[in-house]
Design a protein around this ligand. Structure first.
Ligand SMILES: NC(=O)C1=CN([C@@H]2O[C@H](COP(=O)(O)OP(=O)(O)OC[C@H]3O[C@@H](n4cnc5c(N)ncnc54)[C@H](OP(=O)(O)O)[C@@H]3O)[C@@H](O)[C@H]2O)C=CC1
Ligand SMILES: O=C(O)C1=N[C@H](C(=O)O)C[C@H](O)C1
Length: 266
């Protein structure tokens, strides 16, 4: 069996380390290298608390792709480096599977065009948890009937981007079916800046950051005399790994950029 050769960017991170543990268990995946901004030349097995894997760490992405034969780059880093890694991977004919959130619309557009120009498959998924993907789809469905909606996302306090990629994607999906609408009282005024949250097309997004949280979201719909709440919780980062594996398999069959795991679920 030909194994899919994978590079993981961000191997010491919470998600990167979980991805290594997932890859270690798969017979059809091979970790061929990792990308980090430290520990050049060290093996993954030499880093505390990482699995006993022989893959070598590179700090220069071009050197990495020149040195190893890679099929897929799994990026789980930061918005700034995730974007640069994705772009460089496409230019080198390596298919990116990107979990990193916080890309701008312009960056997504540029990567979409580059992927099309080079004919290289890319999957960017703001959330790899299957339950979260369903939560977003259910929210899109509900928004057809309940146009008044607010999104509350709750994450651990080491998160760099706000709102979360999942909250943005949820609002984008709702926007596809809901007419633009300003919510709340037409004359409402914030006496403390930010009290009503971020605004996307009239929808409000509230971001909570607290120790102890992992990744949680509630989409709350309001109508006359009733509320509907659609809620998802990731209590452990293992929740994202079914989606990461699925994306690695599917990206091998793509020649365009796909944004959102719902587009590759059967
Ligand atoms: N799509 C999904 O389902 C999910 C997406 N995410 C997203 O994944 C990303 C990572 O999350 P998480 O693991 O929690 O974050 P962490 O901060 O735990 O991990 C990020 C890792 O990237 C490393 N890093 C920073 N710069 C570079 C670089 N230039 N090259 C390589 N590695 C680098 C960091 O190193 P150091 O600490 O030394 O700076 C750190 O080890 C975030 O954008 C998050 O939003 C998270 C969960 C699920
Ligand atoms: O940073 C995180 O932890 C997560 N990030 C993603 C996001 O921004 O939506 C996915 C998940 O919510 C966990």
């Amino acid at each position: 069996m030909e194994k899919i050769k994978v590079v993981v960017a961000g191997p010491r991170g919470k998600m990167g380390a979980e991805a290594l543990r997932m890859i270690e268990k798969q017979e059809d995946l091979e970790l061929v290298a990792c990308l980090d901004h430290k520990y050049e030349g060290k093996k993954i097995s030499e880093i505390d608390e990482l699995p006993a894997m022989d893959a070598v760490i590179y700090t220069d992405i071009q050197k990495c792709f020149d040195s190893v034969n890679a099929d897929v780059l799994v990026d789980l880093t930061t918005p700034e480096f995730g974007y640069l890694h994705t772009k460089t991977a496409i230019q080198n004919g390596v298919r990116p599977v990107v979990g990193t959130t916080g890309f701008t619309d312009e960056q997504l557009e540029e990567l979409t065009e580059l992927s099309e120009e080079k004919g290289i498959g890319v999957i960017i998924a703001p959330n790899f948890a299957l339950g979260a993907v369903l939560m977003m789809q259910f929210a899109k469905w509900a928004a057809k009937y309940f146009p008044d909606v607010e999104i509350i996302e709750k994450h651990h306090d080491n998160k760099l981007d706000a709102p979360s990629g999942t909250a943005v994607k949820t609002a984008q999906l709702i926007k596809e079916v809901r007419e633009s609408k300003k919510q709340g009282h037409p004359d409402e005024k914030e006496t403390l800046q930010g009290a009503r949250g971020a605004d996307m097309d009239g929808m409000k997004i509230h971001s909570m950051r607290l120790p102890g949280l992992v990744a949680h979201q509630e989409v709350v719909f309001g109508s006359k005399g009733e509320n509907l709440t659609i809620k998802h919780d990731s209590f452990h980062r293992e929740s994202f790994m079914t989606g990461v594996k699925l994306a690695i398999d599917q990206v091998m069959k793509l020649d365009i950029l796909v944004y959102g795991l719902e587009n590759i679920l059967e």
